[in-house]
Structure formats: structure tokens, C-alpha cells
Ligand binder design. Structure first.
Ligand code: XIL
Length: 449
């Protein structure tokens, strides 16, 4: 989470609607009703994110960046983390454009989806010409080096993208990677887990939206097999590029739910729906509501900001028009996101148990819904600079933390990671975690070092 117009407007809303009760000295609890005016804030009400694909060369476009910073809290590099961009020559890695996107996102407190480590497409020339054991080790080297470089900064990796054939075969796509052996996908996942243990690892594909399609079934069986055999996989991404030839299927929610039932998160990763007006808006609403109806559908990413930014701009498939105005589809998504959600509770403790002069304080904000929660914790240095922090926050028994960001977790303690431990006097940083069960009304304590 970040301190932007989004959180500020949410905070303003909270203070205007809520009843504030002082429980004891230094502990403040506040509860708010739901409503939010941006995609990110409205998705956050149910613990979800709302993301977009970003192109590095558009980060100098002020309209583009204005919408990005206002509306979104997850970012996917549209092309900049692909294999041809990050390893143009074998074993020579270039991260300049990807870093521009990751740095922008992190400076704004947005999370990042890594896209993609292993794919038959957008391979650099040297890889396109490779086969067999040489390609297998080059692929694993790529997965390892890129995931290591960004380790700790990525919410989820699309470890493998588009590995299945279209049509009725249910077969793997015949690619140079597939020809290295059928176990190439699990090998990629194992390498990614070793390189970046904190990230969620996803399989991502298109035409996997209709539950009855052979391709959907084939991906489902692979994920089921991985879960059975302990191959590390945490999530399935449905790209969800829709148009008249490939409409939103009537069983879309069933597909999301069935994948989730395998014990993985599901995410809509590249959503765009060609069309305009109320028809397009209705389709966007259906997709959004399908995600909201599935507890483990943890977020939606649209594949670009304005129609003119789209890889299929002719289909005007996005939420903002070429001038950056909100389309009916935008309003439909926002309203759908606002139609569900939990209750936001903010707990502030001003006590600190701390050996360092100045110390630190922690504030927890809980977004709870039936069966789950997201806790966002703000850590603020006291009157002196600190070099590290640990927040202790006890959850009710029976609750389980499923995912943390911007901190390292050890039981009920969360400590700074490399980039957010150094705080100047009075400076604040935020980390968060998501879980199942209830977060209760936590009273965090902060210890500085
Ligand atoms: C697309 C980009 O949007 C284009 O700019 C590029 O020319 C081709 O790739 N599935 C994916 C994405 O996983 O990486 C693709 O992105 C769209 C389809």
C-alpha cells in the first residue's frame, strides 16, 4: 500500500464515516463502511489488487502515469521482463527497462507481477536456435538469474507462459522448450522457487477461460498433478483476452473456482475485452464479479491503461479511452468492486518496546471479509534514525498467514527487508500480509535496531 491520492481519499473517507473509540491509552480502533473511488482501493476492500500492464517508454507520458498512480496497485511489465528483453545475448542480462517499471511501481507502493520467465514466444535469437540439453540449461539459467535479480520484489512470477496447444488436443504446445522434455515446466518452477522463495509461482495461459475446453482441462490436470507431486506452484493466471470470437464464457466463474479448488490462487492477468459502451461494460462487470465470487481469485490485471496503449488498440478493449477518460467499462468494474468487500479497521498503538533511542511505532490497518483479511502495517521511526525494525503482531488462533510483502515473516514477527529497514527520524514505511480466518483487532508493537 502507498500514501497516494488513493489511500488519502480512502483515509479521508474513513475519518468521515467512522465511529472512533479509544480503547485504552495509546490504542485507537476505527471501523469504516465501504466505498472507494479508484480501482485499486475498491479492489483492496476485499483484499484483492487491481493491476495493469505498463510499458517503460510510456513512463514519461504524464496522462498515462497520472492514471497509473491513481488507479492501480499492481504492475506487470508489458514486454520488458520477457526473455528477449532481459537476456538479449546468452548470459548477458539487461534489466534497464524492467528496472524502470519495477522502481516506479515500488516507489508508488505498487506490487509487481513478473512476466515471464519461460515462454516459446519473444525468445532472443540465440534461444530460438537452441534445442535439447543446451536449451534446457539455458532456460534454467535464465529462470534462476532473473528470479534471483528481482528476488524479494515480485509478488508473483508467471514462471511459464502459454505452454499448451489451442484446439481440442489438450496437448502441450510443440516448442523448442517442450522438446527438451515434458518435465521442462516443473523444472522451471523448481528453479524459480529456489531463486525467489518469497514469490508466488504461477502458470499463465490464454483460452483457459471456458471450463469445457480441452486446453482448460489440460492445464487443470497439470496443476492437479503438480499439487499431488509437490511441484511448487501457487497460482494460475488466466490471461482473459476476450472479443467476439472469444467471448467471456458463461462458465467463467466455474473455471476460476475449479482451479482455486486445487489449492492455488487464481488471478486474471491480462484482461482486455474488445467492444464499447454498455455491452463492453457488461462483460467487464461479469468478469469482475466472477473473480469477486471466488475467494482465491486474488486480483485482476488489465492489459494496458488507455485504448491507445493496447496491443489490440483497434478493438478499444480497455477501461480508459485514448484521452484517458473513464469509459462505461471503468464504472462497471468500479461499481462491481464496491458491491462487495469487508470492513476496514485501523488499530494504532503508540507504545514501543525498544532498546534504540527514538524507537519506532506501528499502526495496523485490517481489511477483513468473510473468511479472510489483509493487514497493512505502517512502521514509523521515532525521533532518531533506525537501521531495521521488527513488528510483533499476534493473530487470533486459527488464522493463517498466506502471503506477506515488503517484510520477512517469522511466526508472528515481521522484519524489514533489505530496502526498507533504514528509516530517517519520523520516516514511515509499509508492509502487509494476507491471511485466512480473522485478523481480530491487532495491536502491533515495533522494535527498532
Ligand atoms: C503482448 C504485448 O502486449 C505486445 O506489446 C507484444 O508485441 C506482444 O506481446 N499474452 C501474453 C503477453 O502473455 O505477454 C502478450 O503481450 C499478449 C498475449
Amino acid at each position: 500500500m502507498k500514501l497516494t491520492s488513493r489511500s488519502v481519499s480512502r483515509a479521508a473517507l474513513v475519518s468521515s464515516v467512522l465511529a472512533t473509540v479509544t480503547l485504552s491509552a495509546g490504542l485507537l480502533v476505527a471501523t469504516s463502511a465501504n466505498a472507494a473511488t479508484t480501482l485499486g482501493a475498491s479492489a483492496a476492500q476485499s483484499g484483492r489488487y487491481f493491476g495493469t500492464a505498463v510499458a517503460a517508454n510510456k513512463l514519461s507520458d504524464s496522462t498515462y502515469v497520472g492514471i497509473l498512480n491513481r488507479e492501480f496497485d499492481m504492475v506487470t511489465a508489458e514486454n520488458e521482463m520477457k526473455i528477449d528483453a532481459t537476456e538479449p545475448n546468452q548470459n548477458q542480462f539487461t534489466f534497464g527497462n524492467a528496472d524502470r517499471i519495477v522502481n516506479h511501481a515500488r516507489a508508488q507502493g505498487m506490487r509487481v507481477r513478473g512476466h515471464t520467465l519461460a515462454w516459446h514466444s519473444q525468445q532472443p535469437g540465440w534461444m530460438q536456435n537452441m534445442e535439447g540439453t543446451a536449451l534446457r540449461s539455458a532456460m534454467l539459467n535464465h529462470v534462476t538469474k532473473v528470479a534471483q535479480y528481482y528476488a524479494g520484489k515480485i509478488y508473483a512470477w508467471d514462471v511459464v507462459n502459454e505452454a499448451f496447444e489451442d484446439g481440442s488436443s489438450g496437448a502441450r504446445r510443440n516448442s523448442n522448450l517442450q522438446r527438451t522434455g515434458n518435465d521442462w515446466i516443473e523444472a522451471a518452477f523448481r528453479a524459480a522457487r529456489a531463486a525467489d522463495p518469497a514469490a508466488k509461482l504461477c502458470y499463465n495461459d490464454y483460452n483457459t477461460d471456458d471450463w469445457t475446453h480441452a486446453k482448460t482441462q489440460a492445464v487443470y490436470r497439470m496443476v492437479q498433478d503438480f499439487k499431488t507431486r509437490g511441484v511448487p506452484i501457487d497460482c494460475v493466471g488466466l490471461q482473459s483476452h476476450f472479443n467476439a470470437q472469444s467471448p467471456v464464457p458463461s462458465n467463467y466463474q466455474t473455471t476460476l473456482q475449479n482451479f482455486a479448488n486445487l489449492g492455488v490462487d487464481v488471478q486474471i492477468t491480462e484482461l482486455d475485452i474488445e467492444g464499447s459502451g454498455t455491452t463492453q461494460a457488461a462483460n467487464y462487470e461479469r468478469v469482475t464479479k466472477a473473480c469477486l465470487a471466488v475467494t482465491r481469485c486474488t486480483g485482476i490485471t488489465v492489459w494496458g491503461i488507455r485504448d491507445t496503449d493496447s496491443w489490440r488498440s483497434y478493438g478499444t478493449p480497455l477501461l480508459f479511452d485514448g484521452s484517458g477518460n473513464k469509459k462505461p467499462a471503468y464504472t462497471a468494474v468500479l461499481d462491481a468492486l464496491n458491491s462487495v468487500g469487508g470492513t476496514t479497521t485501523t488499530t494504532t498503538t503508540t507504545t514501543s518496546n525498544d532498546p534504540v533511542p527514538g524507537g519506532c511505532t506501528a499502526t495496523a490497518s485490517v481489511n477483513a471479509w468473510n473468511g479472510g483479511f489483509v493487514v497493512t502495517v505502517k512502521v514509523t521511526a521515532g525521533a532518531a534514525a533506525i537501521r531495521g525494525w521488527t513488528v510483533t503482531l499476534a493473530l487470533p488462533s486459527g488464522s493463517t498467514v498466506t502471503n506477506s510483502w515488503n517484510a520477512t515473516r517469522n511466526g508472528n514477527q515481521w522484519s524489514n527487508v533489505a530496502y526498507n529497514g533504514n528509516l530517517t527520524a519520523g520516516q514511515a514505511t509499509e508492509f502487509g500480509f494476507q491471511g485466512t480466518g480473522s485478523a481480530g483487532s491487532p495491536s502491533p508493537t515495533c522494535t527498532a535496531s
